[in-house]
Design a protein around this ligand. Sequence first.
Ligand code: THU
Length: 131
Amino acid sequence: MEHKELMHLACEARERAYAPYSGFAVGAALLTKGGKVYTGCNIENAAFSPTNCAERTAFFKAVSEGEREFSAIAVTGGPAGKAPAEHCTPCGVCRQVMAEFCRGDFLILLGNEETLTVHTLAELLPHSFSL
Ligand code: THU
């Protein structure tokens, strides 16, 4: 799948973000090695800490469906209701979740449909924790 196409799916997922507290809407699209895509959005909570990021929503959907092998994730985010201008980089918790299932060459696509940058997990989370 083309990087732009995966980012397009992340943008669609962002439309479903539930972010009444931060007003910051994030979408993600996770590509499995088998070619399937699992999308996710951030889901906030009045108690704040139960909030789930878009990336983890996508990973947890995929893993709970039996997926274990992933090649790339596209992430897009910014103030809700506006086109995302800045790159939204995954938080540390989401990077650690990625490291649980992916090697350093896992691709992380950031930006929007017009401009995207390609990173690796090794670049965004060097020296990750593992048991
Ligand atoms: N958020 C994500 O969904 N992914 C990230 O990588 C960074 C932050 C969400 C969590 C919260 O709903 C909102 O963005 C503001 O932090």
